[in-house]
Design a protein around this ligand. Structure first.
Ligand code: 1GP
Length: 246
């Protein structure tokens, strides 16, 4: 049990940076594109596959996770936008609490709905403080969550929020500007959160090139999550993986 969290904690304490490739379940409807992305992720030695999204318009989430698990020889972790995004084919689920927002449904409501299913499926749940940060425009995550993001230039707010999450017993912090955001979280904000907490820090949203990836890792990110950039250019996984692991 708790294998994926152990993996994150071990990487964090050894200073090994990790790359997670995010598969949007709607993108996963294109079987050929899904195969190519997962195969590239494995060949490039990405460390984790995340599956999920703020809004799902297709009805075959479970099938998508099943296919990713069949193709991947590394952990598959759910990054659910709602309690409908659970599957027994995954290894773990980020049990996300949107602690940057004040929407009670995303702080505790969805968790109550999802908890019995998580238990019944035998999924490892990773208690994760999720912080939405302004990345230059309203993303689906911002809109669907009906919450105001942390201003991009306010690292102190992110640090205090992450610290509150750590004191509440959460086991990881996820800083996200949302899928397809024009800007990623700033290295300055990542560094402030790094100073504030000991937990593994996951950073995603708007990461498009190796240089950006390197700067975020140097600032203290432990896991980088990239989705959109790999959908647009599947070969980019190789350069990104080198930047993160280098
Ligand atoms: C979004 O962190 C993820 O929640 C990844 O974002 O699709 O912009 O890479 P991108």
């Amino acid at each position: 049990m708790a294998e994926v969290l152990k993996f994150l904690d071990a990487a964090r304490s050894e200073g090994r940076k990790l790359l997670a490739v995010l598969i949007d379940p709607d993108f996963g409807q294109d079987e050929a594109a899904l195969e190519r992305t997962v195969q590239n992720a494995c060949m490039a030695k990405a460390d984790l596959l995340f599956v999920g999204g703020s809004l799902m318009t297709s009805a075959s989430f479970d099938q998508c996770v099943h296919r990713v698990k069949e193709l991947a020889d590394r952990p598959v972790v759910l990054f659910p936008g709602s309690p409908a995004q659970l599957s027994r084919h995954a290894d773990a689920v980020l049990f996300l609490s949107l602690i940057s927002g004040r929407n009670p449904e995303l702080l505790i409501g969805h968790h109550v709905t999802a908890a019995p299913t998580v238990k019944a499926l035998g999924l490892e749940a990773i208690p994760t403080g999720y912080l939405l940060v302004d990345g230059g425009r309203t993303t689906t995550a911002h809109y669907v969550s009906q919450s105001s993001p942390i201003p991009h230039d306010k690292p102190g707010i992110a640090a205090a929020t992450a610290l509150a999450g750590e004191l509440l017993g959460l086991r990881a912090i996820y800083l996200d500007t949302g899928s397809g955001a024009p800007k990623s979280v700033s290295p300055r904000m990542v560094a402030a959160v790094r100073d504030a907490v000991k937990l593994p820090i996951i950073v995603g949203g708007g990461i498009r090139d190796a240089e950006q990836a390197r700067a975020l890792c140097e600032a203290g990110a432990d896991v980088l999550v990239v989705g959109t950039a790999f959908e647009q250019d599947p070969e980019l996984i190789f350069a990104m993986s080198e930047a993160v692991h280098g």
